[in-house]
Design a protein around this ligand. Structure first.
Ligand SMILES: Cc1cc2nc3c(=O)[nH]c(=O)nc-3n(C[C@H](O)[C@H](O)[C@H](O)COP(=O)(O)O)c2cc1C
Length: 210
């Protein structure tokens, strides 16, 4: 069975352009993949564990090959649960707004929980880094208030798409397709709607062969 994990990184729910486009992808995916299971993870509603001093200490304890304290074990189990849920999926769907040229902080927190040595990536002194989440694909709907068209000066400010592709690639997810909804603010509501509809049509089409 295909298990699709749908990760929503906008708090704007039905107002979110990225979620509206990703919803269309999910609907088309469900129609064209019999028996598919779609699990939705709303990062602004989910009670994510903190990646605080204790969790970081637990991570370093592993890196240094030491034994966890009772407190660290508890903190680390919460991190492992997030990783297990992520790795349990066969493929991924993301709805991602651009915030301050990057990604929303809840998505960054989620990534800080996920990206752990021996769980999602490995390091070998001779071969270097390798991703451990392999054989999986991802579709990402990106929304932006402005425009970051390739080849323009604005492209240099895009730390949203570049970061998502870099970090997913780092853990082994290199088969990534995406659509960009832009501008959602700069051109006014009519332009935003037009761009969103075009993105929905493209997302539906990509979902069929995903
Ligand atoms: C905190 C915050 C920061 C934002 N920063 C940017 C930005 O750096 N560049 C940009 O083009 N739009 C920015 N925006 C606008 C959003 O990217 C835009 O409204 C987009 O449609 C949000 O995605 P959503 O509709 O899926 O929620 C920002 C919005 C918020 C709330």
């Amino acid at each position: 069975m295909n298990r699709l994990l749908y990760i929503q990184a906008s708090p704007r729910e039905e107002r979110s352009h990225a979620i509206r486009v990703a919803d269309a992808f999910a609907e088309s995916y469900r129609e064209t993949h019999r028996g598919a299971e779609i699990m939705t993870l709303d990062l602004f509603r989910k009670d994510l564990p903190p990646f605080d001093g204790l969790a970081v200490q637990a991570k370093y304890t592993i890196l240094h090959g030491e034994k966890h304290s009772e407190e660290e074990i508890r903190a680390w189990r919460a991190v492992e649960a997030v990783i297990d849920e992520f790795k349990g999926a066969d493929c991924y769907l993301f709805a991602v707004p651009i915030w301050n040229f990057g990604i929303p902080y809840r998505l960054k927190q989620y990534i800080d929980l996920l990206v752990q040595p021996t769980y999602t990536f490995a390091y070998d002194p001779e071969k270097g880094y390798s991703g451990l989440v392999t054989g999986k694909s991802a579709f990402i709907a990106y929304a932006r208030g402005g425009e970051y068209t390739e080849g323009t000066e604005a492209e240099a400010f895009d730390f949203q798409k570049k970061y998502m592709e870099t970090i997913l690639g780092f853990i082994g997810i290199t088969d990534i397709s995406s659509v960009v909804i832009e501008p959602t603010l700069q051109g006014g509501p009519d332009v935003a709607q037009e761009k969103r509809e075009a993105a929905i049509a493209r997302a539906r089409e990509l979902a069929r062969s995903f």
